[in-house]
Write a protein that binds this ligand. Sequence first.
Ligand code: ATP
Ligand code: MG
Length: 247
Amino acid sequence: ELDVPESHPRYESLFTRHRIEEGVEKGITSKQGLIAEGRGEAFDYLLGERTIESADEAERVAAAHLLLADNPVLSVNGNVAALVPGEIVELAAATGADIEVNLFNRTDERMEAIDDHLREHGARNVKGLAGDGRIPGLDHERAKVDADGIGSADVVLVPLEDGDRAEALGEMGKTEIVIDLNPLSRSAQVAAVPIVDNVLRAVPNITVHARELADESDATLEAIVDGFDPDAALQAAEQAIRSGSPQ
Ligand code: ATP
Ligand code: MG
């Protein structure tokens, strides 16, 4: 594992890099994933590597959406699998969601490596390998999803999704929850619930909220969902980045 003390001021970012490097070595993460990691790190640095208040609120709203959903799905790509495999399994258990491997650069080898990796972390029924459904408006390989997974989901959590696909999923009428450290990213801009936070912090915090909200009535959960303003959340994140202090 990483040979740096936890007290190191850059521990979290070094840990993240290490996980992504390992992901590439294991065939889980693509080389483009390394570049995405670099972009994310820069934004996290500007945010102060913390969960800002508006992101915590968005994470609670995400938990409410997942609990209310009929067919919630957590989409997993190579970076997510490398960074938070166990945390995704826990979130799926806390919300009754399915897990689906969903890659921008889809290869059978990488699909299977991620499937194995998630199973090693306790996942049982991982979707994505069938690829028998399509997202309209995207070219063939980019469009592939499972018909009984993302294809028929009403709520989808897509951490670090590509802008085009995020847009196409939204157009399918799905409620889209996006985790992306860049509030200016198209993915964040088209989301019903944009979460501007590191997946390392966001995924476990959605689980904490889901456990807290588990016994609430649908009416209470619906009120939480209805009270959310995605544009205000994006503005608060941008403000936090620009001012370098809490919004
Ligand atoms: P656009 O959405 O504007 O089309 P893009 O999808 O082409 O941009 P990518 O580099 O493919 O941009 O996307 C990577 C995104 O993931 C970046 O916005 C980056 O901030 C974000 N990101 C990377 N690592 C993390 C992380 N650990 N947690 C949250 N977000 C991250
Ligand atoms: Mg993006």
